[in-house]
Design a protein around this ligand. Structure first.
Ligand code: UDX
Length: 460
């Protein structure tokens, strides 16, 4: 099919590249000239594992093209995916001005029937507004519009694998024609005909994708309800971690046993610094505001948010307690991205931790395998270095803030030798406390027994 993608951020680039790879003709556009210039020259403006290969091969096959001319993209397509950002307003509500702008552009440019598909995360009833705007602004063009909602469930870092091996494809439609078109678009993925070019462990390994046809409002709600529930699981695990610290339990033992119950499931129960990124925090906020607007107090989610915000302060307080005086201490930071395998630092808990330590007078030296350039734009007064061993050199404390696999595999004996004081604060519960103790580290994490070199472990 001939498809258009409007918005070349994470969602748009993954959607457009994977659909083109699967055999569709895709034209993509974005209103950011710098972004378009990069894409024109074959470079990706984001780091997403495997996306470069998918994009390259789709472009080489002539099925993926980029242009700044939005009208051209609209006219060439039968179906248009709206993938623009819906950032939070100060009130916490989603800012829908980009969707509104795109709707008017589509309405003005279209000359033939179009299926317009919302892919961006939007509050329920946006589809209705979108249909209305398209009809009003496109009334004299002879074009007709159908609207559908097709929320994305892509996780940054594994988005390509998620697209090729989805656990569900949700389409909210108002008529059989839209459903048929969406089935056609996703046919290659439903039939598993196209080989995913990257191999990522799927979490959880599901029975195969399910194609769910719902109303538009349900599809819009499914996205918010799913992300909010994931946040709820994480905050729950974090409160269990707090209790473990008070009562002498080990959060990993508790959540592992909980997760063996299939009604609960093992995923998203990792305690630590809390959730960040551009989706979970903003989607939860927007869901709370949406509920409020319709007279429902979603107090449960307000608490999820509050627990998550407290994680930062709780961690900084742990650092304070361990260092005694933070001012003029050298603190090494490993990990700036909001999670591993991405360069995304938006709403990353690590960024907030660094800001606070700088404000308290610490000298911060930080590293991340991919996110340094983006972090530089958000942080003043930090020394960025590539090599994790340089981060440790002469440091009074080493903070692990993102659970990159390469940090697990560091030569921790060497780190011990490099540090002025062998103090490791593991905000992601990445390392084994017993092993760190054996190496002589003073080691703190969340919800697991704290260890100094003198602590005797029951298990050791
Ligand atoms: C999320 C949703 O998972 C995805 O389905 C949706 O489409 C987009 O939003 P993403 O933003 O990539 O994806 O991040 P996700 O993998 O959900 O992680 C969010 C945050 O939660 C990260 O900061 C991560 O470190 C944290 N997290 C995750 C935990 O603290 N504990 C966990 O157990 C899991």
């Amino acid at each position: 099919m001939r498809l258009a993608v409007i918005g070349c951020g994470y969602v748009g680039l993954v959607t457009g590249s994977c659909l083109a790879k699967a055999g569709h003709e895709v034209m993509a556009t974005d209103n950011d000239p710098a972004r378009m210039a990069m894409l024109d020259s074959g470079r990706l403006p984001i780091y997403e594992p495997g996306l470069d290969r998918v994009m390259e091969s789709a472009c080489a096959a002539g099925r993926l093209r980029f242009t700044s001319d939005c009208a051209q993209v609209v006219r060439a397509a039968d179906a248009i995916f709206i993938c623009v950002g819906t950032p939070p307003l100060d009130s916490g509500e989603a800012d829908l001005s980009a969707i509104d702008g795109v709707a008017r552009q589509i309405a003005a440019a279209a000359r033939s029937p179009k299926l317009v598909i919302e892919k961006s995360t939007v509050p329920a009833q946006t589809g209705e507004q979108l249909r209305h705007a398209l009809g009003v602004y496109g009334r004299s063009n002879g074009a007709t519009f159908r609207v559908a909602s097709n929320p994305e469930f892509l996780r940054e870092g594994t988005a390509v694998a998620d697209f090729f091996h989805p656990d569900r494809i949700v389409v909210g439609v108002e008529d059989d024609g839209s459903e048929g078109q969406l089935r056609e678009i996703y046919k290659p993925f439903l039939e598993g005909r196209f080989h995913c070019p990257i191999h990522e462990p799927k979490c959880p390994p599901g029975p195969g994708p399910m194609f769910l046809v719902t109303t538009m409002a349900s599809a819009e709600l499914i996205k918010h309800a799913s992300n909010s529930f994931l946040g709820l699981k994480i905050s729950y695990a974090n409160l269990i971690a707090d209790l473990c610290e008070k009562l002498g339990g080990n959060v990993e033992e508790v959540t592992r046993a909980m997760g063996l119950d299939p009604r609960i499931g093992p995923y998203f129960l990792n305690a630590g610094l809390g959730f960040g990124g551009f989706c979970l925090p903003k989607d939860i906020q927007a869901f709370i505001r949406l509920a409020e607007k319709h007279g429902i107090d979603f107090g449960l989610l307000k608490e999820v948010e509050a627990v998550n915000k407290r994680r930062i302060e709780q961690f900084v307080e742990k650092v304070r307690r361990a260092l005694w005086v933070v001012k003029e201490k050298t603190v090494g930071v490993l990990g700036l991205a909001f999670k591993p395998n991405t360069d995304d630092v938006r709403f990353a808990p690590a960024i907030e931790v660094v800001r606070r330590l700088i404000a308290e007078g610490a000298t911060v030296r930080a590293s991340d395998p991919f996110a340094i350039n983006r972090a530089r734009l958000l942080l003043d007064g930090v020394e960025f270095v590539e090599d994790p061993y340089d981060v440790a050199r002469g440091a009074d404390a080493l903070l692990l803030l993102t659970e990159w696999q390469e940090y697990r595999e560091l030569d921790w004996k060497r780190i011990y030798r490099e540090m002025a004081r062998p103090l490791v604060m593991d905000a992601r519960n990445m390392l084994a406390p017993g092993k760190m103790k054996e190496l002589g580290f003073e080691y703190h994490s969340f919800g697991r027994p704290d260890l100094t070199a003198n602590t005797v472990l029951a298990s050791s």
